[in-house]
Design a protein around this ligand. Sequence first.
Ligand code: SF4
Length: 410
Amino acid sequence: MVYKKNKCIKKFLYFLVWKSLNIKHNKRIRDYKNNENMIIEKNNSSQSDVEPSDYKKILSQKNFIKDVPNLEAELIKKNIFLTDNEKLDISKVMKNYPMCISKYYISLICRKNDPIWNQCIPKIEEITNIRGKEDPLKEENGIFGLTHRYPDRCLSLISNTCAMYCRFCTRKRKVGEENKIPSEKDFNKMLRYISDHEEIRDIILSGGDPLMLSTKKLEKILKEVRKINHIEIIRIGTRVPCTYPQRIIKDKNLQTILKENSNNPALYINTHFEHPMEITEESKNACEILTNLGIPLGNQSIVLKNVNDNPTTFMELNRKLLAMKVKSYYLYQPDLVKGTFHFICPVSKGLEIVKGLRGYTSGMAVPQFVIDSPGGGGKIPLLPEYTKTLDDGSVKITNYQGKHFEYIIE
Ligand code: SF4
């Protein structure tokens, strides 16, 4: 009897302990859930209460380096020191060609004369090597800012500023020069021309960099272009995802206007990456935002001496681009622009690069190698020697490994 009584007491005590543990456990779960809800609410509220993004802050001059003292200060942070001669050379070059580098892009420099440095820091060769022409492609003819070279498409230069003034730029003659920025009157003239030419179905907005315009101005331009019924495609050429991705990441208004203008006509964006060192978390993020907005991305590069003039660099770059949904589009032989001859490689380099990619990696990572013909003849594709045409219409062909085949039409 006593034994039974003890057993009951024991059971009751077990029950009490179990109950109290259970209460504590449930409380912990409740607390955790409450806490989680609070976090979710907090996150939701931060999403819905996003401050209207201010492009003025994003494009503020303090985010860019435009003079030697500030360049020197920025480089010192990376333990890179400019010599007096280098400072003097940069100042001399800047009298002819301005310098502008986003602090983000400078942060990618690892050492002097690396592929990032060579693209953005002025070198004395820009003014000592005087070969070439200011406008070898004869873009400046007719309406200011408009080039109508091909039957169904035209190029409209709507901006004159960039997040970085690339030292090899084809439009070196005008980037950064305030007095060469197309005015509203110029833009209206461009619009009138395009409206009057119903054969134009594709307009390329370039510059300078269209994404360095104020968000409002870009929205206005897109709206005006979209009013033209025969425009089926709008393309924006921009280096911003590479040289200042924060412009896209931080400006929610910009994202909204790009999304609103991404269909009918279809909006495409062509980026401009030159080296794998430019692929960072930030540049990936900017490209991901654009693709999530429904905008297809392509990439244009230029073969540049001491930057990317070998197949290995392009293999890495183009594979990385493809992994972030950016398809390789064009690989350019540099234009014969005055002040850029120290970047020019023999044409055989470009052919070697394409040959080193074709067959060895996905076709989507192989760009078309082109020369924009001097004098304004347009782009001409160049291919490594893969085919020999026979009289009967058959061909002898060589694959990427150098093996020969025949395609005989019998
Ligand atoms: S971003 Fe484009 S337009 Fe601007 S300087 Fe570079 S290459 Fe030229």
